[in-house]
Design a protein around this ligand. Structure first.
Ligand SMILES: [Zn+2]
Length: 98
């Protein structure tokens, strides 16, 4: 769904999905520029499976021990929201097994 989006700063079209407080953000994977931000509420009404990690920063792959929750978004949204509420950036990575 994000293939059409390119970063306004560097032009790369590779994005990372981030949850911060109550917002769902598509961030440039190269320079970290926020490209799209919406409420995370609609995003969480989904059975798509994701792994949620504490965000290590733009372009970096999160370590396994930074995992917060894994599973359908509808089921892990509470854990994500709880972790995001104190300001932690949460990286969402699609689960290939989902
Ligand atoms: Zn960029």
């Amino acid at each position: 769904m994000n293939n059409m989006l390119a970063c306004p700063s560097c032009g790369l079209d590779e994005t990372e999905s981030i949850v911060h407080l109550g917002s769902y953000i598509l961030r440039c994977a190269a320079c970290g520029e926020a490209i799209v931000a919406t409420s995370s509420m609609g995003m969480f009404d989904s059975d798509h499976a994701f792994s949620a990690f504490a965000d290590p920063g733009p372009g970096k792959h999160p370590a396994p021990e930074m995992l917060i929750a894994r599973g359908p978004l509808r089921q892990i949204s509470t854990a994500i929201s709880g972790a995001a509420r104190n300001g932690t950036l949460i990286r969402l990575i699609p689960d290939p097994k989902g």
